[in-house]
Design a protein around this ligand. Structure first.
Ligand code: ZN
Ligand code: ZN
Length: 330
């Protein structure tokens, strides 16, 4: 069986005929295998969902307990149709997984979903899984993308808080994953007083704490005189009336895209924090070298640059051209 016959793009998403399932489908399907809880990968309305326990629980928090007809926790090797699948940590957000698909005869394909190689206090590290075909994202798949050490970014936040002790520091971060990572990084950097969080972060942050991730004292960022200098909120909050309760705030934003200064300026961000949950160029190329797959398939992002690099390395590659992942939280 050729790799193409095992997985190929369809309008609903990546489809596996021998297993009769889709991976991270963008439309409702009979059986979905889901890599992680971000909205562009995990959608409600599938007949059956197979995912890690934490991804299933995150989906229940976001979409309600009845988000799919059936839910199955991915543990160990699982038979699905004429394939065996297994889930392995991706290092992207809590519960995130790569999915390995092994047909009864034919190449083993690993779909990495979104992944990151840098240590992250809110999730298990990426686990390299030997494979014949490696499916990789290329969100930051250009040589210009080199993400700094998050500890250095947090040091800049602390320096700003010390320089402007009377100004609240409002940091934009996506509600699932990035917000909790920024809070955990702030604790590692030595901020031990209360951190205020926007209401949209409450349930997902509570869930991280339930899962054993120490976030320290969190208070709701509702009152105008919230007694915390550091406030974390989702990007949408900055376009709402909520932000107007803070007097003379320092506006920050935590994202891999903050490396692009024009984006920071466009958003009116005074304190851009380059903190990414995706592989940058050195990480994606090192991962491909480490796995040494026979072939690389490239999904959302800068496909051309990575294809050119693969060609120079003598590794066949091609773009998957999946649609529907444009609004990746990053
Ligand atoms: Zn993601
Ligand atoms: Zn994605």
């Amino acid at each position: 069986m050729r790799a193409d016959d095992i997985l190929h793009p369809t309008e609903a998403g990546l489809y596996c005929p021998p297993g009769d399932f889709h991976i991270d489908p963008i439309r409702p399907v009979a059986r979905a295998l889901i890599t992680h809880g971000h909205g562009d990968h995990a959608r409600a309305g599938h007949g059956a969902v197979l995912a890690t326990r934490q991804t299933l629980e995150i989906m229940a928090i976001r979409y309600g307990a009845d988000f799919a007809g059936q839910r199955q926790v991915a543990e160990g090797a699982i038979r699905v149709g004429d394939t065996t699948v297994s889930f392995h940590p991706a290092g992207h957000i809590l519960g995130s997984a790569q999915i390995a698909v092994q047909p009864d005869s034919g190449p083993r394909i690993v779909v990495s979903g979104d992944y990151c190689r840098r240590a992250n206090p809110v999730c298990a590290p990426f686990q390299p899984v030997p494979c014949d075909v490696f499916v990789t994202e290329a969100t930051f798949g250009l040589p210009v993308f080199r993400h700094p050490d998050p500890a250095d970014e947090m040091a800049r936040l602390l320096a700003s808080m010390a320089e402007f002790p009377d100004r609240p520091h409002l940091i934009g971060a996506y509600a699932l994953g990035k917000a909790q990572r920024v809070i955990a990084l702030a604790r590692q950097a030595g901020i031990d007083g209360p951190i205020a969080i926007h209401g949209a972060l409450q349930r997902l942050s509570d869930y991280h704490v339930e899962q054993g991730i120490a976030l320290g004292p969190l208070i709701p960022a509702t009152a105008a005189d919230v007694p915390a200098q550091l406030v974390i909120a989702p990007p949408s909050a900055f376009a709402s009336a909520w932000v107007q309760r803070f007097r003379d705030p320092v506006i920050g934003f935590a994202s891999g895209w903050m490396q692009v200064r024009a984006r920071a300026r466009q958003r009116g961000v005074e304190l851009p924090l380059v903190i990414s949950d995706h592989v940058d160029w050195p990480q994606v190329t090192a991962t491909i070298r480490e796995l040494a797959p026979a072939e690389v398939w490239i999904t959302h992002g800068a496909e051309e640059g990575l294809m050119r690099w693969c060609a120079l390395e003598g590794i066949p590659s091609r773009p998957l051209r999946l649609v529907g992942y444009e609004d990746e939280p990053e």
